[in-house]
Design a protein. Structure first.
Length: 78
């Protein structure tokens, strides 16, 4: 090969190496971003679920208190 062809091959190989290292870095960044979004979503759903459970527990406790009050009122009437 001529000197120019060898230089062209070396330059192309260097460009490809740079491109693939840049693409790998971009994919790693994208993977970290996706993982962060998934963790945030899991945490948000976990907090939401806990708030719903707490609300249902309070509602259940309030319903029990109303039932006890109604029974007490019935007992007083009798």
């Amino acid at each position: 090969m001529t000197d120019f062809q060898e230089q062209a091959v070396v330059a192309q190989r260097a460009n490809l190496d740079f491109f693939f290292s840049l693409a790998a870095t971009m994919l790693e960044g994208e993977e970290k971003l996706v993982r962060l979004n998934l963790d945030m979503t899991k945490t948000s759903f976990s907090v939401w679920y806990q708030q719903v459970q707490d609300g249902l527990a309070r509602k259940g406790a309030a319903a029990e208190a109303v039932e006890k009050a109604a029974k007490a009122a019935k007992a007083v009437k009798q």
